[in-house]
Design a protein around this ligand. Sequence first.
Ligand SMILES: [Zn+2]
Length: 132
Amino acid sequence: MAHHCKYFIAHCIDFRFGRAIKDYLEKEGLLGDCDIVSVAGGVKNSDFLLEQLDISVNLHKVQEVRLMNHIDCGAYGGSGKFSSFEEERAFQIEEMKKAKSLIIQKYPSLAVKTILAKIQPSGEVIFESINA
Ligand SMILES: [Zn+2]
């Protein structure tokens, strides 16, 4: 029997996002309707990401992709690697843009959204939708 879902989401393995990502998926109506790829660096390994997306598209006929990278990602060397928050933010947005363009080249009909996650000093996680 065919079983389909609407969304595909890729995010970092970082444990600090565990609860927040579950809440995000629930709030956005994705929980139970998405394939989830959790991999260090989010979109960093685009070959792996595309491989997973191929399976998701062919098997579950997903229609929308959400790419989520985050600030202070250890897979990219953490915030210390950047001279400012703005520089790091721009870098992560660029990373997601590159992944988005690879996905659209291969699957022009897929909607692709990018989200930047930030951990607040309180531990709360803010999800910023990026129009990139
Ligand atoms: Zn990370």
